[in-house]
Design a protein around this ligand. Structure first.
Ligand code: NAP
Length: 282
């Protein structure tokens, strides 16, 4: 039976570290602040924005929500971003997705100051992922790595199989994980016989968006299984890994919920402080 990787406990550790650091900044007269822009009223985005507000309060980080009507012209969103870029009291900016159809996601992502880009979506930060330079990186792929590091899982020299090459998780994960020196195989929808590859992995990381795609018979006994998937199923949420069969074979496994997803908000706020330090250095 696999060791259960406790994402909630790891998230609590990270939150504590972020809070301590945020309070240190406050004691020095710098009030860390995240600004979130919400265009329209997509119900999931409203919930995400509210949950960030609650998290910020607990972490001693200031938070301001900028709500804009769904019909707001792109130019107005860009000028708000410009204003926040130039506001020294704002250290992190994130724009909730999806945006209304008339607004270009690319234009918005490129408009945020890269040092305030806590979601790690600016082309410069995406470039830093490839070059290995320090930057602000997206929370979910960082979460896949952090959950392993803090569980004492060795990555160097291991064969990691990443399932999924999406822009949000799989693709950035390949290059962020490479810094830890595994050998990496990337699988996707055109990979024939997925199990042939996952069975060779010391570490399987799933970032697909297909409920219970990876079953126990596709896992090498003793392997580490990290599940970044979030899918609606059985009236709740489940991952891309069939937890029940996989836990019988794996050596360690992260559940959904309670795994990778538990860390992402904490890592987003850690990025606010990382960005703040970059801004102070300039
Ligand atoms: P995405 O952009 O839709 O990418 C999905 C990837 O899975 C694609 O590369 C696709 O291959 C591949 N794929 C699809 N069907 C497959 C199959 N049958 N076998 C192997 N690969 C297959 O998704 P994403 O935005 O990266 O997100 C991936 C998952 O992470 C989703 O479940 C999402 O909900 C979750 N997620 C979680 C968090 C969190 O906080 N935990 C945050 C963001 C996303 P092709 O490239 O060939 O199409």
């Amino acid at each position: 039976m696999a060791k259960l990787i406790d994402g909630k406990a790891i998230a609590a550790q990270i939150r504590e570290e972020v809070k301590v650091e945020a309070e240190k900044f406050r004691s020095e007269g710098v009030i860390p602040k995240l600004a979130v822009i919400l265009v329209g009223d997509d119900p999931a985005s409203v919930v995400y924005a509210q949950s960030k507000q609650k998290a910020a309060n607990k972490l001693s980080i200031d938070f301001e929500l900028f709500k804009m009507d769904a019909s707001t012209p792109e130019a107005d969103v860009l000028s708000l971003i410009e204003k926040l870029n130039n506001d020294p009291s704002v250290h992190g900016i994130m724009v909730e997705l999806p945006l209304p159809k008339h607004i270009s996601k690319e234009n918005v992502m490129s408009a945020v100051n890269p040092k305030k880009d806590v979601d790690g979506v600016h082309p410069i930060n995406r470039g830093y992922i490839l070059s290995g330079e320090e930057g602000l990186f997206p929370a979910t792929p960082e979460s896949c790595i952090e959950i392993m590091l803090r569980s004492g899982i060795e990555i160097e020299g291991k064969h990691a199989v990443i399932v999924g090459r999406g822009e949000t998780v799989g693709k950035p994960l390949v290059f962020l994980l490479l810094k830890h020196n595994p050998t990496i195989t990337v699988c996707h929808s055109r990979t024939p016989d997925l199990g042939q590859f996952t069975r060779q992995a010391d570490i399987v990381i799933a970032a697909v968006g297909k409920a219970k795609l990876i079953t126990g018979d596709m896992i090498k006994p003793g392997a580490v299984v990290i599940d970044a998937g979030i899918n609606e199923c059985d009236g709740g949420i489940c991952g891309d890994v069939d937890f029940e069969s996989a836990k019988e074979v794996a050596g360690a496994i992260s559940p959904v919920p309670g795994g990778v997803g538990s860390l992402t908000t904490a890592l987003l706020f850690r990025n606010v402080l990382k960005g703040l330090k970059m801004q102070l250095k300039k």
